[in-house]
Every structure is written in C-alpha cells, then in structure tokens.
Design a protein around this ligand. Sequence first.
Ligand code: PAF
Length: 361
Amino acid sequence: MFRQGRQLSIAASLFRYPAVAPSSLRHYSFEVFRDVSPLRKLRRDLLLSRRTVGLVPTMGALHEGHLSLIRQAAAENTDVFVSIFVNPTQFGVNEDLSSYPRTWDADVAKLEQVNAELTRENGGRITAILAPTSKTMYPTLPPSSEIDGDGSFVTITPLSRKLEGASRPVFFRGVATVCMKLFNIVGADRVYFGQKDVQQTVVIKRMVTDFHMDTEVKIGPTMREDDGLAMSSRNVYLGTRRRAIGLTLFKALKAAESAYHSGKLNRTDILDPSTSITKDVLAKQQALSPSERALFEVDYISLANPDTLEELEAVDPAKGAILSGALKMAPLEETNAGEDCGLGDGKVPVRLIDNLILKPL
Ligand code: PAF
C-alpha cells in the first residue's frame, strides 16, 4: 500500500532530489510512507497492540549489510521500519550527493525478498518503509550543506570533528540531525546501525544518551565480501582494478589487529605494520603504467578510545580500542577497452572506510 502518494509531485517540485520512481505506486508486503502523520498513526496502533518497532535507517542502495541489520531487527522486534532517504545535509557542498546511487526498484525487490524469508511465527517482519521527501524531512528551510548554513541542526562535538569529520566537516551534523528526525518520527524501541560506520555509531549513541532519547542503539557486525572488503553502497563505483587495491585498507587494519593480539599495546607497535602495508602497495602501484595502476591516498589510520575517539598512545587492555581507517581511491588515470571500471567508468573518486574493534584483553 502507498499512502500519501500526492506528496510525490509536491516534493519533486520543491527540491532537486529525485522522487521515488513511479513504479513505486504498487502493492507491497509493507506500507510505503512519504509523510509523517500516517506513519505515526500506524506506530500508535502498534504500540496499543503491544508490538515493538525496530528502525533501520538507510540511504537506499541496499546491500547485504543493510539486510543483515533488518534481519537482526526482525529477530528482536515484532515490526521493522526501514527508512530510505538520501540525506542532503550529510553531503558537503563538493561531495557526491547527485551521484549517490538511487536504486528504489532494486531496494524494494530486496526488501520483499527479506520479507518473504521472515515469518511472524519466528519474529518480526518489515511493516513500513519511510521514504520521505526532503520537504518532509526539512519542512521549514531548504537543507543547507554549508558549514555555517542556517537550519535546525544537531551537533555532537567534539566527536563529529574527529576522523571522518576532519575531512567531512558537515557529515556528522547531517547524520545526527536526520537521525534525530527519524527517531522522533518513528519512536522506535530499537534503532539499528552497522559497525562499518563506527564513528557514526559512536556519535548516535552519544546523541541518544545526551538527549535522553527513549530508544536502544543496536550495532550489527560489518558485512564483508569473501575477500574481506567491507560492503558499502559506494563499492559499485570501484570496478575490478580499484576494488583489488581498495582491499589494502582491510589488510592494513588486520595487520595492526594481529600486532595487538600478539601482545603489542603501544601505538607505533600496533600501527607500524599497517603503515608498511599501505606504503608497500602504493609504491608498487606507482611503479606501474597509468593503464595498469590504481592510486590512492591514506586519509588516516586511527587507534582511538572507543567512547571518546581520542587518539591513543597506548591501548588500555581493559578497555580495548577502535582501529579505523579511510582510504581515498583516485579516479583511474587511463582505462582499457572492455575493462570493468565500475559505475561512472572509473572517474568517480571513492572514499573507503573500514574498522576493527580491538576488544579488551
Ligand atoms: O549510514 C547511513 O546510511 C546514513 O548515514 C544514515 C544513518 C541512514 C543517515 O542518513
């Protein structure tokens, strides 16, 4: 069922973000909401029937990482709400908002497939998709991506300035703001996030604590391809050549993790093995011709306190640490006929992030 379909045309004319494809106007095993009040009515009915709601916020382009969060939410709640909204305020002015993959039909097909697997006897199912327009999410002002732009924003500092925030200054303001809105709209008992975006999980937990929000933040494990590459909606841009080299980040983090497990606690002892790997791979790529190589830049490899994200000189074995990194894959300089260069023909720079939790020893 599709409620509030009229909102489609209104919203499409208000902001430049594309509306949900017309093919969405059909019947699903869940309800699709474009607006807040009908969703709230459903939420109230569920509450009165003593049912529980788990919310999985997404920006669409769903992959196995999202689906595993949905399955987790279904195991822990009677009803799962999935939001699909490419949130403009978490993209900087020069970032990839317009090229972010929008794959409504494929997303809905995946959600239908998950719902077909789920049975009410064993747990919950997907009951609602919230696919709001920008006008619904940002009702009074067009959303700003400027650092000092006007708007009603949630800022969680200093966490938001660290790591990813250093090169993406509006990112966590946008994430916290849209999550505050989604949490207020849905009133979920539990909200689900993937460990892949570890800083996001730390920021959201802090927001829920500091604003006394009545929901439980649940973190699902990072889903990986067979070779270890963390699943991400942006991987579609990599293509074969950059994908193989992008795996360097995971290998570097694994080397640091092994150092920790072998008893090393000092920063340099833990991080040196990862730096050697990235330097070695980059040197080998630089020695190749432009049509063979995939160049990258390491933005950071971090060893940080799990709660504050402060960089650590030494890991307290009673507390553990978050080991995380970001690698910027440059566009391919030259491509070859017939080469799989990914969506965007290898021209789109791709930022890869990954992390491993160093558990207390
Ligand atoms: O992780 C994401 O996909 C987004 O940052 C989120 C949490 C859906 C907010 O837009």
